[in-house]
Write a protein that binds this ligand. Structure first.
Ligand code: HEM
Length: 471
């Protein structure tokens, strides 16, 4: 009897050890051993059968919950990985390949968000924020939010997939807002005198990639997928470890896959009735980190918001709905700032972790109003296609932060440069008065520069960080 108990204890210890090895990311080997041991137990000790299954179910349940639902704790501040600049260069090169592979009728489109649903002239009215009582020690009156005033703005709505596709396919939708006539030096070296401030958002609060190294892995698979005409290849991203092996279940990105499914939200809805999020973080002067979002709002009391129905199964249903909605009347959004609450899990480096609104409520700081209008002319003239947005068209008070934002600085610049030069269009900003023109000479480089030397730029961004934060 005693012997049998000792034997049982030894087996339980072995079981725990194997489970622990599994947690240590040692892949399938301990899992196979675990199954073998359990099988032998199952046959020899009928009495422990039930408890074994309970242990197994609990373990699998816990692992599932941990890897699919529970967000990890992320760092609250910025952390620059050592090889970010090297990864950035390859990501730009992969972006150029994606642009080349996805061009249509000789036109080179954006790497991300190439499908223009429409672009409209809007107004962006900053509220008087001087008397707001805030629960956190942050001052909202920074940069463009310093004083109440109205800006003209070009708003472009887009489909996110790198390939231009039908609107009923699952996809993220984007909105990019370009404020015009913004005074003050901007962040990008050589572009300080630009008079625009851009805000870019997508209709989901989180992204499914949390760092630059993973983004590189994703773009490698994207390029391969487009070359081999296999859209499914990109799903390997969620099942491979940094070496590319898929045999380590602990490295599978199941939570990220859940975020990706949410990002590709379906069914599509009228973009004027959608909610958009910056997903990544920004500084707000020297007072802290924030994220932005956009929420449909009635333009005046009792007016109602746009209906989310598309009323069509056409491949361009979103574009048609946007056109018809704006022909019928105006649409408004509240532009909101969500300050980081340092007491909560609201990291700036990991975009897969949602900044929960119960941890810090977004505050409406401006009103975006898109007046009734016909958006056809600027769609047909190519004006929307030729606009260039980047989160780095920004005042220093609104500096983008976090790894993917540092990456975006070089990628947007590089890709925008590349597509404008290949299309022989002007790479400029629209004038303050809201005319739908992009003045300037078309880029005619026989060898367009994909991007500046990213390594020196990455270090200049990161050393500039301290300076910008102290402002
Ligand atoms: C993290 C949050 C992100 C948001 C909210 C976002 C949003 C957007 C939006 C709305 C656009 C369309 C801009 C337009 O209308 O012209 C866009 C374009 C683009 N995005 Fe992102 N994006 C994000 C992350 C990224 C990342 C991590 C990359 C890759 C490094 C990326 C690469 C691009 C590129 C290359 C373009 C096209 C730029 C051009 O040629 O003008 N985005 N993004």
């Amino acid at each position: 009897m005693i012997q049998q108990r000792t034997f049982l204890a030894a087996k339980v210890a072995l079981l725990l050890l194997l489970f622990w090895l599994f947690l240590q990311n040692l892949g399938f080997i301990p899992v196979v051993l675990l199954i073998v041991v359990m099988w032998r137990w199952y046959r020899r000790f009928h009495a422990v059968r039930v408890s074994l299954w309970v242990v197994l179910i609990l373990a699998v349940g816990w692992l599932g919950f941990k890897s699919i639902v529970l967000p990890p704790k992320g760092p609250q501040g910025e952390l620059v990985a050592q090889d970010e600049d090297v990864w950035t260069s390859e990501i730009i090169a992969n972006g150029v390949s994606i642009v080349n592979l996805n061009r249509t009728q000789g036109v080179y489109h954006r790497d991300g968000h190439p499908k223009t649903l429409g672009c409209a002239l809007a107004t962006f009215t900053v509220k008087d924020l001087s008397n707001l009582e805030l629960s956190q020690p942050i001052s909202l009156q920074q940069g463009v939010f310093k004083t109440p005033r109205q800006y003209k703005a070009w708003v472009r709505f887009s489909g996110g997939s790198p390939q231009i596709q039908g609107d009923w396919k699952p996809d993220a939708r984007g909105v990019a807002i370009k404020l015009l006539g913004v005074d003050g030096d901007k962040l990008l070296p050589g572009m300080e005198k630009l008079r625009t401030q851009d805000f870019l958002m997508i209709n989901n609060p989180t992204f499914f990639v949390d760092n630059v190294a993973d983004y590189l892995a994703l773009t490698r698979l994207q390029v391969k997928g487009y070359q081999q005409n296999s859209a499914a290849l990109v799903f390997r991203y969620f099942f491979q470890d940094p070496s590319g092996s898929v045999w380590h279940p602990q490295a599978w990105k199941l939570r990220e896959m859940r975020e990706a499914i949410a990002l590709l939200g379906w069914p599509p809805k009228n973009v004027l009735a959608d909610r958009f999020y910056s997903m990544s973080a920004y500084t707000l002067g020297a007072t802290g980190y924030v994220k932005y979002s956009l929420r449909p709002a009635p333009c005046s009391e009792g007016e109602g918001t746009a209906s989310s129905w598309l009323w069509s199964f056409s491949g361009d249903a979103l574009r048609h709905r946007l056109q018809s909605s704006l022909k019928e009347g105006r649409a408004c959004f509240d532009f909101m700032i969500q300050p980081q609450n340092p007491e909560k899990n609201m990291p700036v480096e990991d975009l897969t972790i949602e900044w929960r609104e119960k941890d810090s409520a977004p505050i409406p700081v401006a009103r975006l109003e898109i007046p009734k209008q016909d958006i056809d002319p600027q769609l047909k003239s190519g004006f929307c296609e030729n606009l260039s947005y980047t989160p780095w068209h920004a005042l220093p008070e609104h500096r983008p932060v976090g790894g993917l934002n540092r990456l975006r600085r070089f990628v947007y610049e590089g890709i925008s440069n590349y597509r404008h030069c290949m299309n022989k269009t002007a790479l400029t900003e629209p004038p303050d008065d809201g005319s739908p023109v992009l003045p300037g000479n078309p880029c005619d480089a026989t060898q367009p520069a994909p991007a500046e030397e990213s390594s020196s730029l990455v270090s200049s961004v990161t050393s500039g960080k301290e300076k910008a934060l102290k402002q």
